[in-house]
Design a protein around this ligand. Sequence first.
Ligand code: FAD
Length: 181
Amino acid sequence: MSHGGEKFQVIIAGAGIAGAAMALFLSRLDIHLTILENRTCRPNTAEGGMIMFGPNGMNVLHGLGLSRKLLQRETGIQVSHITIRDGSGDLIGQVPQGSVECHGSASTALLRWDIHEVLLDALEERRIDLRWSSRVESTEELDSGIIVRWSEAGEVKEKKADLLIGADGIWSTTRPRYLSL
Ligand SMILES: Cc1cc2nc3c(=O)[nH]c(=O)nc-3n(C[C@H](O)[C@H](O)[C@H](O)COP(=O)(O)OP(=O)(O)OC[C@H]3O[C@@H](n4cnc5c(N)ncnc54)[C@H](O)[C@@H]3O)c2cc1C
């Protein structure tokens, strides 16, 4: 994918779960991809607790070729129903959580850390340009794209991109500039 002979430039702010998954999908295209991540390095301790991925989330991971890797980790538990009981242990009801037969994948309870680690491993394997200690500070929209300014290990840098993806989490710096959240 190119224009004027140059590759389409995409910058992703944030290498969390959304940014990493997005980068892996986009890396299938012939584009130039940069991820700017505020953290100084890969998290090296288990962060977060359990996350339940519904069948649609597992289908996305399957699309990335990563669902089998995740299920091989100790924490991948497939959940067919959630059972709700009252204080004395009597059954109130069961909520089905989808199934391979109907939805392509089963709901799966995983550690957030496992998901993040598998995604970061895949980014490394695909040699995607991920810059740690890089915090997006400001952006400037142009008719022909966007200028992204960030601080990288104490230095201020900027780059013109065709597209900026704001995957910088709940306290996003990028999205409030364009959306009234
Ligand atoms: C440490 C942690 C533990 C969690 N644990 C659970 C859990 O146990 N169960 C559950 O259901 N949900 C949990 N959550 C919430 C769930 O994981 C989030 O909903 C999910 O991570 C959202 O993914 P995201 O990629 O949108 O954002 P995040 O995972 O928050 O990723 C955003 C990334 O953007 C980076 N960033 C932020 N600002 C900038 C900037 N200006 N420039 C560059 N990079 C930036 C951050 O460092 C971060 O790496 C947790 C979230 C976190 C952060």
